[in-house]
Unconditional design. Structure first.
Length: 56
C-alpha cells in the first residue's frame, strides 16, 4: 500500500484537483490559506518539507 501511495503522490496533482483538507502523510489539517495558495495541495508544510528534502 505504501508503494501505491508513493506513486500516487509522487506526481504533482492536476490543476483541477481540489486541495486536500488533511495531509496525506500525517493526517493533520492543512490550513485554509495554504489550500488556497497552492491549488491541489496534498501535504502540510512539515511533511512537504520532509518530502522535498528526502532522497527518493
Amino acid at each position: 500500500m505504501e508503494f501505491l501511495n508513493q506513486i500516487k503522490f509522487s506526481r504533482p496533482p492536476s490543476p483541477t484537483q481540489p486541495s486536500a483538507t488533511h495531509c496525506c502523510d500525517c493526517g493533520k489539517a492543512i490550513p485554509r490559506p495554504r489550500r488556497e495558495a497552492i491549488q491541489g495541495v496534498r501535504r502540510c508544510v512539515d511533511c512537504s518539507r520532509s518530502w522535498n528534502t528526502s532522497p527518493r
